[in-house]
Design a protein around this ligand. Structure first.
Ligand SMILES: *Cc1c(COP(=O)(O)O)cnc(C)c1O
Length: 404
């Protein structure tokens, strides 16, 4: 096996079979382009699942990686470090938050958020105030607590017994929410736009009502911005466009542009429940990850970059609508910023992965969001000409699927 070529079939012999990767193996990336082992070029409209927000190998990130890699990588939280302090200062200055906890993945940031919501309510009110309200199709990660709060039962099947005290309601259903919230509610957990669940935007009135109910019942509003954060929707965080302020926010994916880092943001009052020893992480907030995230933050937290995201949204939407006028493959083009979904028409429902594979044949990387939605999450810095070429390739992929 040590002599076997590094190809897709080796994957099945050495990896746990929980993924089904496509055939190609990219070896190099620059901006919105990647090249596979054969030197074939692809335009990247997948962005490593909304992670490479400033594209591959951004020169400023490469330079930060090299500089910090030459200084110090890791200390543990037995000591603090300069990059972590700088990043936390920037995150708190740019958001509602006053306190930051660093972790390594979206799941871990959410795990911290849910634990903090329970802990705060436990200390401030009572043990019975522990119920978490979450929404159908939501995705919050893969740890046992986060699959339990997530609204996709298939992700917790077989892993029971799972944590209890969690209720799932239909997303955007104000009446269901009003009926379910009570004095026992500890937190309402939502994505401002459901990414994995099918690219479904929150109805602003729904989010406003959730905030009001949280105030009324002294519950915490937790916004999972792991996918929507770091400029993806055209503002640094999605909540900033919704006119509501969360109590806890989680951010990950694009925060490190591929270097693992996540953060949970909250107020000083709520953070005070997480006293010394109540929670922690070995890697979380290490200098290497934080220095990279600080550079990512500096690039993205820029009015021009964020305006560009909103402009490119319109451009992609118009081009997808033109493709759809020709091929009638989707019933709705939806999403916000550079998180865009094509909800497939009935004959193609269940076959989103066919579009993904056809796009790859046409040298374009796209994602799916469930079996019925094709999802695009390109770099926020993608150029207009890359968008044009990418959507020409997408049109060819659509034609390929429809003719097959
Ligand atoms: C990806 C994602 C997560 C999980 O993040 P990991 O880094 O894979 O643990 C959680 N919430 C949302 C909204 C996500 O999109």
């Amino acid at each position: 096996m040590l002599n076997q070529p590094l190809n897709r079939s080796l994957f099945d012999q050495v990896m746990v079979p929980n993924y089904a990767p496509t055939r190609i193996i990219p070896v190099r990336g620059r901006g919105s382009q990647v090249w596979d082992q054969d030197g074939r070029e692809y335009l990247d409209f997948a962005g490593g699942i909304a992670v490479t927000g400033v594209g591959h190998c951004h020169p400023k990130l490469v330079s930060t990686l090299k500089r910090q890699g030459d200084s110090i990588w890791h200390l543990s939280n037995f000591m603090t470090n300069e990059p972590a302090l700088r990043l936390a200062r920037k995150l708190t200055a740019a958001t509602f938050a006053e306190r930051v906890f660093f972790a390594n993945s979206g799941s871990e940031a959410n795990e911290a958020a849910f634990k903090l919501a329970r802990l705060y309510n436990h200390e401030r009110y009572s043990d019975t105030k522990h119920e978490i309200i979450a929404f159908d199709q939501s995705f919050h990660g893969r740890t046992l607590f986060t699959v339990s709060v997530g609204g996709q039962p298939k992700y917790r099947q077989g892993f029971g017994p799972t944590p209890t005290g969690i209720t799932h309601l239909p997303y955007n259903d104000i009446t269901a929410l009003e009926t379910a919230v009570s004095e026992r509610t500890c937190a309402i957990v939502m994505e401002p736009l459901q990414g994995e669940g099918g690219v479904i935007s929150a109805d602003p009135a729904f989010v406003v009502r959730a905030r009001e109910l949280c105030n009324q019942y002294h519950a915490l509003l937790v916004m999972d911005e792991v996918q929507t954060g770091m400029g993806r929707l055209g503002s640094l965080y999605g909540y900033q466009q919704l006119g509501v302020t969360p109590d806890i926010l989680t951010t990950a994916k694009a925060l490190g542009n591929g270097f693992p880092i996540a953060a949970m943001l909250t107020t000083a009052e709520i953070a005070s429940a997480m006293a010394v020893g109540t929670h922690g992480s070995t890697f979380g907030g290490n200098p290497l990850a934080c220095s990279i995230a600080e550079t990512v933050f500096d690039i993205i937290n820029d009015a021009q970059v964020l305006a560009g995201v909103r402009y490119k949204h319109q451009l992609i939407r118009e081009k997808l609508a033109a493709i759809n006028a020709k091929y009638n493959f989707c019933s709705e083009i939806r999403g916000d910023g550079l998180l865009i979904g094509c909800a497939l028409n009935l004959p193609y429902q269940g076959f989103a992965h066919h579009f993904m594979h056809a796009a790859q044949d046409q040298q374009l990387l796209v994602l799916i969001a469930g079996p019925d939605v094709v999802r695009m999450t390109p770099s926020l810095l993608i150029t207009e000409s890359e968008i044009n070429i990418g959507l020409e390739r997408f049109e060819a992929a659509v034609a390929q699927v429809i003719q097959s």
